[in-house]
Design a protein around this ligand. Sequence first.
Ligand code: F6R
Length: 243
Amino acid sequence: MNIIKAEDYNKMSRMAANFIAAQVTLKPDCVLGLATGSSPVGTYQELIRRYESGELDFSRVTSINLDEYKGLSPENDQSYRYFMNTNLFDHINIDKARTHVPNGLEENAEKACADYNALIEQCGGIDLQLLGLGNNGHIGFNEPDASFAKKTHCVDLAASTIEANARFFQSMDEVPRQAYTMGIQSIMQAKKILVIVSGAGKANIVRDAFTGPVTPQVPASILQMHPDVTLIGDKDALSLLQV
Ligand code: F6R
């Protein structure tokens, strides 16, 4: 695993954008696996800046997002589709028809997941997967569990995740309890994985995930088994790792 320590969130974002930009430049028709949350916002801003300055062309890129809340429409400003549109897709020349997020409005979970698995296969797999890291070690919405879930599935969100997400909703009742998420197998099949982490609050879980035992109780720990993972973190998030 390649571990890169950045001075702060902005530098982490610039380094992560370098990484993604290299992927898009070397393979203009690449498949990017994308994430939402606070970690990638700066990276997306940096990618937008590079697109605007003519350095990057996303016209042939396909994207596949990790997850979506079950029950939220793309127009809901808390849905992950809305997040991706407003934080990235609306500002670059990616073809929206080639941007994919699980269908939160599909009530039939089996169908929603089968459709998404078929889509990932149809796209030929993921060249570069961008990941954030949940406070409990989740990646996508693969929560701590007794085993590693393989493919896209519907999850009951952990209480700590519901609590962490509550800041984005008017009331606790509005926070979705379920989500569709790509599984660990689909994530692990990505050719390259880029994990970004920032803030002292992530220091313990970064240490557990990347130097602790590989266990489904810390889903991100499986990344230790992937042949091409880069972790870019600010110094606070990496403070408990020997880099
Ligand atoms: C988002 C996702 C989540 C987040 C994680 C970290 O699509 O799949 O796993 O990456 O919860 O969130 P932040 O970046 O907000 O700390």
